[in-house]
Ligand binder design. Structure first.
Ligand SMILES: Cc1cc2nc3c(=O)[nH]c(=O)nc-3n(C[C@H](O)[C@H](O)[C@H](O)COP(=O)(O)OP(=O)(O)OC[C@H]3O[C@@H](n4cnc5c(N)ncnc54)[C@H](O)[C@@H]3O)c2cc1C
Length: 340
């Protein structure tokens, strides 16, 4: 144990935030959750703790303290070198059973979405997935706000009895606190428990995907492609168009499931929310699970062979055409204009 600061809250109640530090500079959700946890903690007189698993994670411990963690629980072990859902879930359940946090918050990243339900199951508690709001009610319970019914309703959910109250939270929901390099916190380093079974999954190979020019969520121009693009090869034309326009590519779920595009491109209820000035939509039907995440676009241009597709009805400009052919024509035109 090391480092104490006078602002430490001595209450036995605690709010835990899982430290998801992969791609630290892009993935800020842990810092955002720490900031919100500090606000919630003031209302219920709790302390804010980050939980960090990994190998050689010293730098993240300091980052979390600088961003609002009053205590950091750490398990640092070679077995934790790569993120593993099963091992991390077993560890988190083990720690939470021992220390009984009131609230446990996890970023709704790809890993968080896989990891959180497994922790909740082990702890026999509830979990609200993909929250876009967290508050405390008059009884001191965590009110977890999450979109439901395809984004048509916002559900406010509480966990009155079971503990911890668990939620995954969409990245970008809360602002992070400024980095306070003078902040101090308590660091509790714990041994790797003996009763954690060996992982049944072995990482054979991993490869970093090339970084995007900009985050899909921040892009001024987004080009979304759907199943109507026809094939993987045709879909890849959208990337060429994006390069010419300075845009980012988004995709619908069937496209991601068919591996025409990375999961990172998924736009919709289960993916990213975009807010571009212009959104191009190629061969997308306009299902509610997709359109729930594009309604903040300022201008929507849709290309679909079916004029009655829902997407064509919500578009500002609706073009009845073959998506792939239209895409090729637009690329030719863009190249011509760039040359001129
Ligand atoms: C719980 C849940 C969560 C979901 N989350 C998401 C999510 O986050 N994101 C998401 O996208 N989906 C999500 N879905 C799936 C969603 O309901 C739709 O199935 C999906 O969005 C449809 O994708 P699509 O428009 O690409 O395909 P389709 O529905 O198959 O539509 C293809 C469109 O392309 C048009 N088309 C066909 N050929 C051509 C052509 N040659 N030229 C031009 N147009 C053509 C068709 O007219 C049609 O409109 C979710 C579903 C569930 C149940």
């Amino acid at each position: 144990m090391s480092m104490m600061k006078s602002t430490m809250n001595n209450s036995s109640r605690s709010i835990w935030v899982f430290g998801d530090y992969r791609n630290y500079f892009q993935n800020r959700v842990t810092l955002q959750l720490l900031a919100r946890a500090r606000e919630l903690a003031m209302q219920i007189e709790a302390s804010v703790c980050a939980v960090v698993f990994g190998n050689q994670v010293e730098e993240y411990i300091h980052e979390y303290i600088a961003h609002g963690a009053q205590t950091v629980y750490v398990i640092d072990h070679p077995r934790l070198k790569t993120y593993s859902t099963a091992t991390y879930a077993a560890l988190m359940a083990h720690l939470a059973t021992e220390h009984e946090p009131d609230i446990l918050l996890i970023g709704a990243t790809d890993f968080g979405r896989e990891f959180a339900p497994r922790v909740a199951k082990r702890l026999k508690t509830g979990l609200t997935a993909d929250c876009i709001g967290l508050d405390i009610n008059e009884k001191g319970l965590l009110v977890q706000t999450a979109p439901s019914f395809g984004g048509n309703l916002l559900a406010r959910i509480i966990t009155p009895e079971k503990r911890p109250q668990m939620a995954t939270v969409r990245p970008g929901t809360f602002p992070e606190l400024p980095h306070d390099h003078q902040a101090l916190g308590r660091v509790i380093t714990l041994p790797f428990p003996e009763n954690i079974p060996d992982d049944r999954v072995r990482l054979v190979h991993s490869e970093r995907t090339p970084p995007r020019e900009q985050r899909l969520e921040d892009a001024r121009i987004v080009i979304c492609g759907g199943r109507g693009m026809g094939s993987r090869a045709k879909f890849r034309k959208l990337f060429e168009m994006a390069r010419l326009m300075g845009a980012e590519v988004g995709a619908t779920r069937p496209v991601v499931y068919s591996q025409w595009a990375e999961h990172d491109c998924l736009v919709g209820q289960a993916g990213k929310h975009v807010r571009p000035q212009v959104l191009f939509s190629f061969g997308v039907s306009g299902a509610i699970q997709h359109t729930a995440a594009i309604h903040d676009a300022e201008l929507i241009v849709a290309v679909n062979k079916n004029p009655n597709a829902s997407m064509m009805k919500i578009a500002d400009v609706a073009i009845v055409a073959d998506a792939s052919q239209f895409c090729s024509a637009l690329i030719r035109e863009l190249k011509k204009r760039i040359r001129e």
